[in-house]
Design a protein around this ligand. Sequence first.
Ligand code: MN
Length: 136
Amino acid sequence: MAARAGARPYEARVPKILLVEDNELNRDMLSRRLSRRGFEVVVAVDGEEGLALAGAEAPDLVLMDMSLPKLDGWAATKALKADPATRAIPVIALTAHAMRGDREKALAAGCDDYDTKPVDLPRLLKKVEALLAKRA
Ligand code: MN
């Protein structure tokens, strides 16, 4: 039973979050804040890249901006949820304005939860942790 010095017996794997956001400022800020909280963060700048990285990176969760170039967040989420390889990945929709019906629209597209921007990090992290706990 030769344990490596410093090895922790039950080291938790770092959860990987895919952040799909076209706004560079929002993307950089949120990815930095998530990294500081101990998440591994992968970023995509549009819906097409988001879809590709959801398949290639197998993230534990996706934060999906809804207003995106090439493929919007609703279409990207629908495609993600239609693919058996990615459908189990929880998706939290992010929209810039709390439009009436946005939440329903996001859930109808297959999103698991919904939040509004500007991001309230403690509130968003609660939703992230709840979905990650469900998966564990
Ligand atoms: Mn956007």
